[in-house]
Design a protein around this ligand. Structure first.
Ligand SMILES: *Cc1c(COP(=O)(O)O)cnc(C)c1O
Length: 365
């Protein structure tokens, strides 16, 4: 039996007609950028996130970068980011000319540890960027409290957690601005690169929209030296076709995760921990194992796809050599990078496939 790490096919088969209609609608109009699909998706997505505004942009990295720019964060400023995340979070900060300040995660949840944030705050700190990693919302109450106390912005990186909730409230609604990615493999994915920001602040929404459209507020009038980062009509139409099934997709992933959590009983494997106040959407199901390489081979030999999120922590990446960090500086991020193994997780996994993965993990000696 073969179980891929991820497959988009089950969902695409389920909503095949809606997806083809979306494509035909756009092609029929021959209108591809800044049109009614973008407007309609933004409205629907803002509603989904319990936010007033959503602005479509080119990808998730741009969403974060434009969010930082909209808050006037730049050279001389510091932004707190988790030491365990995908590199896009840190790169967005670097792109606007600000400095990244890493904070270690809680090893149980993989997410930023709020108890370690305050010691990293300086006169230069402008914002905290919590990342709801692997589909699990961060512990937001203490983060919001720290931000309020020190007058800092919060920018949520929601790229992996569309629809996850904290105390019943959707992520993307806890911050000044939040960034989403619709990379095809994300819980809500386009047929190419796409992203969005959400916010309750009209000024920020307008600024992100202008910044992503050459800094233009109206045609051929440029108030910022902006970028070209827009959500195109095909991607918006595909996302509108998929959004109505997002809750079902997340529910299906939660059911698979529950089976993993109940079924995996190998003492060599540490299962992910979910905070009481959080409903995760399981973008990634990450287990930990001291003998990761052997476990990975064991699973791959049995036709099971795996991945590692992420094998090299950011402070040890070559591109961040200039920050001068060395091995040992962020031991928890390093521990995760050395032991985390992501197992198959996607909408439409069959019970047979899930049980096959569980049995394979339990048979690892
Ligand atoms: C995917 C991802 C991004 C970037 O999204 P792109 O659309 O690929 O630019 C940012 N942050 C995190 C945590 C991600 O997983």
């Amino acid at each position: 039996m073969k179980v891929p790490f991820v497959s988009l096919k089950p969902l695409e088969k389920t909503i095949d007609k809606e997806l083809r209609n979306a494509f035909d609608r756009v092609y029929g109009r021959s209108w591809y950028i800044e049109g009614e699909e973008d407007t309609a998706f933004e409205k629907a997505f803002a509603e989904y996130c319990d936010c007033k505004y959503a602005v479509g942009v080119g990808n998730g990295l741009d969403a974060l970068m434009l969010a930082l720019k909209a808050l006037n964060i730049g050279p001389g400023d510091e932004v707190i980011v988790p030491s365990n995340t995908y590199i896009a979070t840190a790169l967005a900060v670097t792109y606007v000319g600000a400095d990244v300040v890493f904070v270690e995660p809680d090893i149980r949840t993989f997410n930023i540890n709020p108890a370690l944030i305050e010691e990293k705050i300086t006169d230069k700190t402008k914002a905290i960027m919590p990342v709801h990693l692997y589909g699990q919302a961060c512990d937001m109450d203490p983060i919001v409290e720290i931000a309020r106390k020190h007058g800092l912005y919060i920018i949520e990186d929601c790229a992996q957690a569309h629809g996850s909730t904290y105390k019943g409230k959707r992520i993307g609604s806890f911050s000044d601005i939040a960034g989403f990615s619709f990379y095809p493999g994300k819980n809500l994915g386009a047929f190419g690169d796409a992203g969005a920001v959400t916010t309750n602040n009209k000024e920020y929404a307008d600024k992100v929209r202008a910044l992503g459209n050459y800094g233009s507020d109206y045609k051929y009038h440029h108030i910022y030296k902006g970028h070209n980062s827009r959500l195109d009509e095909f991607q918006a139409a595909i996302l509108s076709a998929k959004l109505p099934s997002l809750d079902e997709v997340n529910k299906n992933r939660r059911a698979a995760a529950r089976k993993y959590l109940e079924g995996i009983s190998n003492p060599k494997v540490i299962l992910p921990y979910v905070l009481e106040d959080v409903e995760p959407v399981w973008h990634i199901f990450g287990i930990r194992c001291k003998e990761r390489a052997a476990l990975e081979k064991h699973l791959n030999d049995r036709g099971i796809g795996t991945n590692k999120h992420y094998p090299i922590p950011m402070h040890l990446q070559e591109c961040y050599k200039d920050l001068g960090f060395k091995k040992g500086d962020f031991p928890i991020a390093e521990e995760i990078s050395e032991t985390e193994l992501s197992i198959p997780m996607y909408y439409g996994m069959t019970d047979e496939e899930i049980n096959y993965v569980i049995d394979a993990i339990n048979s690892f000696e």
